[in-house]
Design a protein around this ligand. Sequence first.
Ligand SMILES: NC(=O)c1ccc[n+]([C@@H]2O[C@H](COP(=O)([O-])OP(=O)(O)OC[C@H]3O[C@@H](n4cnc5c(N)ncnc54)[C@H](OP(=O)(O)O)[C@@H]3O)[C@@H](O)[C@H]2O)c1
Length: 253
Amino acid sequence: MATYRSALVTGASSGIGREIARVLADRGAELTVVARRQERLDELAAELGDRTPVRTIAADLGSEDGVAAVERHLTEHPVELLVNNAGVSTGGMFHELPLAPELNEIRLNVLALVRLTHACLPRMVSAGHGGIVNVSSIAGNQPLQGYATYGATKAFVTSFTESIAFEVRRSGVHVTVVKPGYTDTEMNPDAPQQGLQRRLLWLDATHVAKAAVRDVERGRLHCVPGATWRVADAVIESLPRVAVRALSSRVRG
Ligand SMILES: NC(=O)c1ccc[n+]([C@@H]2O[C@H](COP(=O)([O-])OP(=O)(O)OC[C@H]3O[C@@H](n4cnc5c(N)ncnc54)[C@H](OP(=O)(O)O)[C@@H]3O)[C@@H](O)[C@H]2O)c1
């Protein structure tokens, strides 16, 4: 069981990232919170400020300047825990979608995550202590019609995180990939608020955040919050890939 005295959380202006920041503040970690919306970060800093020091960085992690600013910050102010949570999702048939948002999604969901991980991991390994939480998705488990780019970015995040976790497993650094299913955040403005579907399939961001922090502290590689999604994940992971592809070819995400 590890605890972290300092953490940087991306995408902390709403949803899962904001809840992770709240959970870490309750544990006394000094926080740096990153997102584009400065006013949201200021609100969070004001809320958490009596529990722990909170720095804010307004940065667009889909841009070169934004990622470089956060990399610089991490070099000058190393953290014990990095939470790569910021992400976006585009939906629609790939050939009908404009290209620019797809490329932005790859820059944010993949490139920023790789760069910030690289800005932290060497020092953590040298220190023999640290944690990385990468927020992926069940969407990365299989091909996903209607969300081709999103699913592919999350497949990258899962595979990348698993690989580096194996590489550093004896270093004292904990690396965790979080694979939530449907979560009620700004990413899903039409999430049902009641009924069977809500109870079975929908997660609260707080639940996801608590599971993510608990699992990185315990050194668990995989975090799949919620019983329904743990079963779904186990089934998908245990099926032959050919069967997963056959099922995916019939289902539109
Ligand atoms: N909701 C779900 O069903 C679900 C399921 C599985 C996985 N996830 C993953 O969970 C993570 C968090 O998503 P969420 O559900 O909490 O959605 P959310 O409430 O929309 O939060 C997304 C966060 O990312 C930040 N962000 C977006 N674009 C950014 C950019 N270019 N630069 C910096 N920050 C940026 C947003 O802040 P600003 O807009 O202020 O920049 C916001 O803080 C994502 O990686 C998502 O893929 C979500």
